[in-house]
Design a protein around this ligand. Structure first.
Ligand code: ATP
Ligand code: MG
Length: 389
């Protein structure tokens, strides 16, 4: 009995003409995710991808990694059997023994893609149900809310049998929507924002602004770890670290204190947009959330947006903090995010930041800065690192 992994596409099936390229991207992501574990073969038919381990490679770690690949609606381990009823009846119980022993109720479902198969779906389910009841006398059938659903799929060459499917990571395959630059701070929000947009098929490159000696190497390391956690979903990334100290000191020295926050954010956007263009990224992503802090009022967001010609994606804009934290926990970034290292923004936070920065006051304040020169220096001093998954 060969064990395989069946992958059910998510929204991919909706994509009409683009479907092939989406499918290719999904297979590429899966190959990338599984490569460290050994060799696997891939074949696809009827909105299902079959992954077969080669040379006795273990399926368990593969299944764990597949749970993080975007573009998958559902997946499961399945037994790949010869196409005859005898084989199904003989092997289904053996393959699902652990699940069935741990259950009280079950039901059988069958799908018959090959209409030439001599039995219809209801007959396949009935015969297998009877056999399983005989083999596992503690079980009873519950068609509405079973502990385990045993699914038999009669396909072109084989019958696949499996238990209840696992929910996939959803979304679209990595890279199928293009590339964006994530502004990542080390806080709770920005890694979540990156993960959400990556799930919509964006490849991520990231930028982090550091202000040594006000911020230390531990803060930078923390950001790298956060990117690694996100990269477990995206397959890998690239992180630029910008030395931002000079910009922040110049703002502090030359501009009104209450505008410090919005001026800093505008400088970050300018530098980020430039890096994005160099990286052929077509949008910025931030973890901003309406009304959360002084820099995230409607007026402050409008002010930061107005220096950037690219789309700025803010997927958290309308969420509550608890909802954001729930995602951070789910994707495994929360515990790292709450480590207490200073961010460059918090170090320079004015005592009373202006929550409704007026455009003319902001423009006037910026006249005291040599913006182009500061931006150029940031770009020239940026250091890039590969982030592995
Ligand atoms: P986070 O939890 O992501 O730190 P926050 O709620 O603390 O967000 P801010 O500090 O105002 O909010 O930052 C808003 C957004 O600006 C962040 O989500 C991030 O996208 C970006 N940002 C802030 N600080 C940095 C930084 N040091 N480097 C890169 N991007 C940053
Ligand atoms: Mg922050």
């Amino acid at each position: 009995m060969t064990e395989v992994i069946l992958i059910k596409y998510g929204e991919l099936t909706l994509k009409g003409l683009n479907r092939r390229s989406f499918e290719e991207r999904l297979i590429k992501s899966l190959k990338n995710a599984l490569a460290p574990l050994g060799e696997f073969s891939f074949s696809s038919a009827q909105s299902t991808l079959t992954i077969t381990p080669q040379n006795g490679v273990d399926v368990t770690p593969a299944v764990q990694r597949i749970g993080k690949v975007f573009g998958i609606a559902a997946y499961c381990r399945a037994a790949c059997l010869p196409k005859d009823m005898g084989s199904l009846l003989e092997n289904a119980g053996k393959f699902l023994e652990e699940d069935l022993l741990g259950a009280k109720t079950f039901k059988c479902e069958s799908k018959r893609a090959d209409k030439t198969f001599p039995l219809g779906s209801p007959q396949i389910s009935a015969a297998l149900g009877e056999r399983l009841l005989a083999a596992f006398p503690h079980l009873s059938v519950d068609v509405h809310n079973p502990d385990v659903t045993v699914i038999s799929e009669v396909r072109e060459r084989n019958i696949f049998v499996h238990g209840t499917q696992l929910k996939g990571a959803g979304g679209l395959p990595s890279g199928s929507s293009g590339r964006a630059l994530l502004m990542i701070s080390g806080g709770i929000d920005s890694p979540v924002a990156g993960w959400m947009m990556a799930r919509r098929g964006l490849d991520l490159t990231a930028v982090h602004f550091a202000s040594p000696p006000y911020t230390g190497p531990k803060a930078e390391k923390k950001v790298h770890i956060l990117m690694e956690k996100v990269a477990a979903y995206t397959g890998g990334s690239y992180l630029h670290t910008v030395q931002f100290t000079k910009v922040q000191e110049e703002i502090k020295r030359n501009c009104p204190e209450e505008l410090g926050t919005v001026l800093t954010r505008r400088m970050m956007m300018r530098v980020a947009e430039k890096i994005a263009r160099n990286e052929r990224a077509e949008a910025l992503i931030t973890g901003e959330n309406l009304g959360q802090v002084a820099s995230q009022t409607l007026q402050a967001l409008a002010s930061t947006d107005s220096v950037c010609a690219m789309p700025v994606f803010r997927p958290l804009i309308g969420m509550d903090k608890q909802e954001i934290i729930a995602i951070a926990r789910k994707i495994g970034t929360f515990d790292t995010s709450i480590l207490p290292y200073e961010d460059c923004c918090t170090v320079f936070t004015p005592k009373r930041p202006r929550t409704k920065p007026k455009a003319d006051l902001v423009a006037k304040a910026e006249m005291a800065l040599d913006i182009d020169k500061l931006v150029e220096a940031c770009i020239a001093g940026a250091v890039g690192q590969v982030v592995k998954n």
